[in-house]
Design a protein around this ligand. Structure first.
Ligand code: UFG
Length: 305
């Protein structure tokens, strides 16, 4: 069942731009796909503020083209990577899937619009079976140390930044905001191990097949349900790596929420999925990847020469 699955972001060959309708049509004519996991999209919040049209074009046009080509080929099962960004600055926590949604930047708006597009597509044709997964903050790497995050340029997110400080690529971490109403004044997020996140996709696919008659367009949070502050995360990483992370304290980053973490009951009950790993394992596996590949994939290729 799962082998005929189009995995558009991880599959190195064929690799196409989703906006390239001809290339996509070619792929669908040479394989029969039963389901698609759609992870493809631009994801840097700051960049989206400066280049909104790039984000609307890439994320929205890419998704619309994909849905059209899927429909034309009778492939109507989809798992889409949405994001906890759609909760904005939540009035309370944990965030349940029923919370009001909002977008605070063009990147977030693309997630919100794609969720709405999926709901409309399902309403127009109930043969579509769609699961929207709202990721909280993915962290870590595969425990093998062979697969990890390798951001282009200076990382925007906390743990990729910490990782580059630990290997000496960046001098210090800037902590954005020390005056939040949280345990230590720094922002609180729900960090989730990437392996747990990957398992959440398998659970979602299984649901699309096993409960096909009951599923329409459903949304699930993928988080641990636990909130961790920036300083707690840094301390866990220092413990796992044995490296001291120099800190510089600064004001709040514009657009940042104070506390965001997931309600996990719906995913636990309906997907039968629950995160297994905590921040210790996330930091252990992140350090394993970072220490083996301090310059990411390009560095590994150089080392093997
Ligand atoms: N932070 C720092 N210094 C940094 C980077 C981040 O102090 O250099 C802090 C932030 O202020 C925040 C926390 O670390 O309190 C987490 O920030 P991230 O940038 O790692 O993550 P965000 O929660 O801001 O956003 C991430 C993704 C979004 C996604 C969202 C889902 O970047 O794409 O999680 O909740 F939508």
């Amino acid at each position: 069942m799962l082998c005929r699955l189009l995995c558009l972001c991880l599959c190195p060959d064929p690799q196409v731009d989703l906006r390239d309708r001809h290339a996509l049509v070619d792929i669908f004519s040479s394989h029969r796909f039963e389901a698609v996991i759609h992870f493809a999209g631009l994801k840097a919040v700051g960049e989206s503020v400066h280049k909104p049209l790039l984000y609307y074009d890439n994320n929205l046009v890419g998704t619309i083209t994909l849905l059209e080509v899927m429909a034309a080929n009778g492939c109507k099962k989809l798992v889409f990577s949405s994001s906890a960004t759609v909760y904005g600055w939540p009035k309370e926590v944990p965030c349940t899937e029923e919370f009001p949604l909002c977008a605070t930047n063009p990147y977030g708006r693309t997630k919100l619009v794609i969720e709405d597009i999926c709901r409309d597509v399902h309403r127009s044709d109930p043969d579509w079976k769609i699961i929207l997964l709202r990721y909280f903050n993915p962290v870590g790497a595969h425990p093998s140390g062979y697969i990890g995050e390798d951001p282009c340029g200076v990382p925007n997110n906390l743990m990729p930044y910490v990782q580059q400080v630990a290997v000496g690529r960046l001098p210090h971490l800037t902590v954005y905001g020390t005056d939040y109403s949280t345990k230590d004044g720094t922002g609180v997020r729900d960090y989730i191990h990437v392996v747990d996140l990957a398992d959440g996709h398998i659970a979602a696919l299984r649901k699309l097949y096993e409960d096909s008659d009951k599923i329409g367009c459903e949304v699930y949070n993928l988080g641990t349900g636990k909130g961790t502050s920036v300083l707690e995360m840094v301390a866990a990483f220092e413990k796992a790596s044995g490296k001291k992370i120099p800190l510089v304290f600064a004001g709040r980053r514009p657009g940042d929420a104070e506390i965001v973490y997931a309600a996990t009951a719906k995913a636990e009950k309906e997907l039968k999925w629950k995160a297994k790993y905590g921040i210790e394992e996330m930091c252990r596996d992140l350090w394993n990847w970072a220490s083996k590949n301090p310059y990411g994939y390009a560095g590994s290729r150089d080392n093997s020469k």
